[in-house]
Write a protein that binds this ligand. Structure first.
Ligand code: SF4
Length: 447
């Protein structure tokens, strides 16, 4: 059925007034064309209700920041979110804008540079769960815990891809507008599921956006050069919405080329060349043995769980990637001091992971100094700055190895405080003790 705006507005109003607003609406907003269309329609539907009706149900507009968003796109989306909140408050709409981000332990850089996880590809796409699904799932669970149930509004459409339409069909309950959501006590509502891509573009071009007041000029400009789909908040791990997206992560190696970033560089954003170099290097390292290309040189011949097989990046490459990211960070900060590609917290977490992996020949502090010239400590050196260090050294005078052992044990214990994964402390301690009694063993002795 062709898109009928009035019919859809009426449907959204009916849904909004159903069940006396017992269940909050959670609108998944990425700033892309589909979620913008969805929120514009919801906004228009609410505007058509009287003042009492429009307060029936809280609406949470949530936007997930993977912390590796394209900086230019992130700026655009954050500006949108600010103005959405401002206009909603002015108009007395029950809209609350909220942001979600991955846990530090799940961050892209902590896993790729810290743990050496390979850049994602179609076979091993470890990032979607950590960067997108998990933060949103956590948010929905909290709202379900608060209200008992929740309805999630998503901008998915059946014409987007056959797998996504299959996913929508699979969850649909015949004859009902709401469909099952993978999370308990949550339902999904996809008001624009029947709109075609052409209808979405036409809607955006000819409808005044209620929060910006224009016809989505900036959004349409963002999409102008290059193709690419939306990258909405995903519903489950089967949803292949990531990658190939204008609103995806700038580091994404699921796609061969990042046309969106190329277009921005072509349009004068020269500083993004350094970001492109990082992404291209990561793409260079992904497993493409089916193309006859061997990326094994970048990877250790043993997995993190000690099973045989192609494992994490060699520490050498983790360090090289870190230096490249910091160089890109430097260029990004010169362009705009608010640009952040990697945070100090992530850098500290990476150093902790390296300590745990017994990587002592490279340090985050060295990489930072090499790029910025500044000395910043990314590990707990408190023992060095007080008398305890001296005391410890004096006590261990006859056996200097004990000093190192005690420091490593203390560090293992303290590191548990920063990263969320608290399990494994006993293992870490056992490993450290084992190495201490067998000092010739080193895990990374091959380089
Ligand atoms: S856009 Fe790419 S890098 Fe980002 S979560 Fe999806 S697959 Fe991973």
């Amino acid at each position: 059925m062709a898109f009928n705006k009035q019919y859809l507005i009426k449907e959204i109003q009916e849904q909004f007034l159903e069940d006396d607003g017992r269940r909050p609406w959670i609108v998944a907003f990425s700033g892309g064309k589909d979620s913008t269309t969805l929120l514009m329609l919801v906004w228009e539907a609410i505007s058509g209700l009287n003042e009492i009706e429009r307060k029936v149900r809280p609406i949470y507009v949530i936007c997930n920041n993977t912390l590796v968003e394209n900086p230019q796109v992130l700026k655009f989306v954050n500006a949108q979110l600010r103005i959405i909140q401002q206009r909603a408050t002015e108009q007395g709409f029950p809209i609350v804008v909220e942001h979600t981000t991955p846990r530090l332990d799940d961050s892209f850089w902590v896993n790729l540079i810290g743990r050496g996880y390979p850049a994602p590809n179609n076979i091993f796409r470890w990032c979607t769960e950590r960067l997108k699904i998990s933060p949103t799932t956590q948010y929905i669970k909290e709202k379900v815990a608060q209200y008992g149930e929740a309805i999630i509004l998503i901008g998915t459409r059946t014409d987007e891809s056959s797998s996504r339409s299959a996913s929508i069909r699979k969850h649909s309950i015949k004859g009902e507008r709401l469909s099952k959501h993978p999370l308990p006590n949550a339902m999904a509502y996809a008001p624009i599921k029947d709109m075609t891509t052409k209808e979405v573009w036409s809607f955006l071009e000819f409808t005044k956006n209620p929060w910006t007041g224009d016809k989505n000029n900036e959004l349409r400009t963002l999409y102008l050069n290059g193709s690419g789909g939306d990258c909405p908040i995903v519903m489950d791990v089967q949803t292949p919405s990531c990658g190939n997206s204008r609103f995806g992560c700038w580091v994404c190696t699921v796609v061969k080329r990042d046309r969106s970033m190329e277009a921005l560089i072509d349009n004068g954003e020269d500083w993004m060349v350094t970001l492109m170099q990082v992404r291209d290097f990561l793409y260079e390292t992904i497993d493409r043995s089916n193309e006859g290309y061997d990326a094994d040189k970048y990877r250790m011949p043993i997995r993190r769980n000690k099973a045989e097989g192609v494992g994490p990046y060699w520490p050498k490459y983790r360090y090289e990637i870190l230096v490249m990211v910091l160089k890109a960070q430097k260029a990004a900060t010169i362009q705009d001091p608010t640009n952040q590609l990697i945070s100090l917290q992530e850098l500290s977490a990476i150093q902790i992971v390296w300590n745990r992996d017994h990587i002592y020949e490279y340090s985050v502090g060295d990489a930072y100094r090499a790029v910025f010239g500044d000395t910043v400590e990314f590990e707990d050196r408190s023992l060095e700055v007080d008398n305890e260090r001296k005391l410890l050294r004096d006590i261990c005078n006859d056996n200097p190895n004990d000093e190192l052992l005690i420091q490593r044990l203390l560090s293992a214990q303290k590191n548990k405080g920063l990263l969320l994964r608290k399990h494994g402390l006993q293992n870490d301690i056992e490993n450290i003790l084992q190495e201490h009694v067998r000092p010739t063993f080193t895990k990374f002795e091959n380089y």
